[in-house]
Design a protein around this ligand. Sequence first.
Ligand SMILES: [Zn+2]
Length: 219
Amino acid sequence: MDRVAVLALDGLGRFAWNLWKGEMPYLVSLHARNSITLRSVMPSITPVNFATMVTGTDLAGHGIQAKQDDFACETLFDVVREGGGTSAGVGLDGYTGCALLGRCADILGNAGAVSDDAVADTVIEIADRAQPEFMIAQFGTVDDVFHQHGPSNPLVVPMLKGTDARMLRLVEHLKPLGYGIVILADHGQHDVTEFADEGILGIHGTDSPEDCLVPCTWL
Ligand SMILES: [Zn+2]
């Protein structure tokens, strides 16, 4: 295997996975073969944990608290570059996948402002055109929808069904190009009531199992 793609479903923790995996038959089929639970580093927020994925260290080591920060240590992007390969970071416009990972990778995949389908389209376009040795993509709508409805709300199901179909589409496209694929999350979410006035019913950032434990599969 020559290439690796990391597909990160932002906010899809084990709490929501256990509630809704019946709606995600493709991901269930992957987890039936390879499945582990990972724990987020603290704080359980997006830039910190994506930075951990590409460095193997925590906030004290990588120095990324916010997406505009610069890495304080070597990254996988550096390692791939030094080995003569190329890398790509993909996400929605202004999101961590784009503004942090894309900025530090060789190829910046800006999927625009609309949807995770555009993130998938951008991953496929870059894979076809450049076949980078390392790709990492953030599917940010997952986290957005959990924030909006709360992870245990059935209103998240259409988004999760779309996510499952999107992962199938990506795997079917990337596998023939020689990619090993990892599907995981940066953190989870828990339900919350006190911010309902602001339109927020899901949140994360704490050291609770709901926020920190995330499913991971690979093929
Ligand atoms: Zn979030």
